[in-house]
Design a protein around this ligand. Structure first.
Ligand code: SAM
Length: 237
């Protein structure tokens, strides 16, 4: 068993192999999205404005989706299936096929509705939402109020966190924290195999949950380490 309250600079498939069966209470993760074309298309000023974001995702291998071998490993390490996976539209059918079709899980589709999406045009709708699929088979989920039971979160992209802890796809800490609190008890172990800038770890530290995280990219791993250290110092835990 790997030590908890640590993140590891590792390919998550390697990390997962070191975890025993049924050792994790919750998986909260945000794997690379599957983006078929990273060309924004068109030459207008608006479409040119989103091309740098797409280039950044491509340069950092953040447009290639998840290795399908990871999914059965996630299921193996969970005590009971209890798993939040952020994804884009193109990934929804595969995740539903696997967790609902093959494994018989119940599911929810949660949505972060962005108040400040980047502009687009050229026959496209705005990229103004992100999906988080929640799969469960016996997993714990107990929202304690009307507000924390909501499934749509209407809020802006967190520009300040992005500037302080540079990562192109940093998720809003308040949403991650609320979902973890809904689906774990104090002291539970949360795994994030694609931890990026460390949002899941920060949420766990603030909530008194244990965490294990993997990040393959050394630069992002350093960002996450710094963010975790800053959190520990801020809270003096
Ligand atoms: C979408 S980002 C996660 C962002 C994170 N939710 C946050 O708030 O900062 C996905 C991360 O997974 C990492 N990654 C990609 N493939 C990986 C792998 N095989 N093992 C571990 N990490 C991986 C990427 O480098 C990237 O930082």
């Amino acid at each position: 068993m790997m030590e908890t309250d640590k993140i590891y600079c590792l390919d998550c498939l390697e990390g997962l192999k070191q975890l025993p069966d049924k050792s994790i209470d919750l998986i909260m993760t945000d794997p690379p999205y599957l983006i078929k074309s990273t060309r924004a298309g068109g030459h207008s000023r608006l479409t040119r404005s989103i091309q740098p974001v797409n280039n950044l995702l491509k340069e950092n291998s953040l447009d290639t989706g998840m290795d399908p071998d990871v999914l059965p490993e996630l299921v193996r390490v969970m005590k009971r299936i209890n798993c939040y996976i952020w994804c884009n539209k193109a990934q929804i059918p595969d995740y539903l096929d696997y967790f609902v079709g093959e494994l018989g899980c119940s599911f929810d589709i949660l949505i972060w509705w962005k108040t400040n999406p980047p502009p687009t045009c050229n026959n496209k709708y705005l990229s103004d939402k992100e999906y988080c699929l929640y799969f469960r088979k016996g997993g714990y989920c107990q929202p304690t109020s009307y507000g924390t039971a909501k499934t749509v979160f209407h809020q802006p992209i967190n520009v300040l966190d992005k500037q302080t802890y540079p990562h192109p796809t940093i998720k809003p800490l308040n949403i991650i924290k609320m979902l973890i609190e809904n689906s774990t008890r104090p002291g539970d172990i949360v795994l994030d195999p694609f931890i990026g800038s460390g949002t899941t770890a920060v949420a766990c530290i603030e909530l008194g949950r244990q965490y294990i995280g993997y990040e393959i990219n050394e630069g992002y791993f350093e960002v996450a380490q710094k963010r975790i250290q800053d959190t520990i110092e801020r809270l003096e835990v």
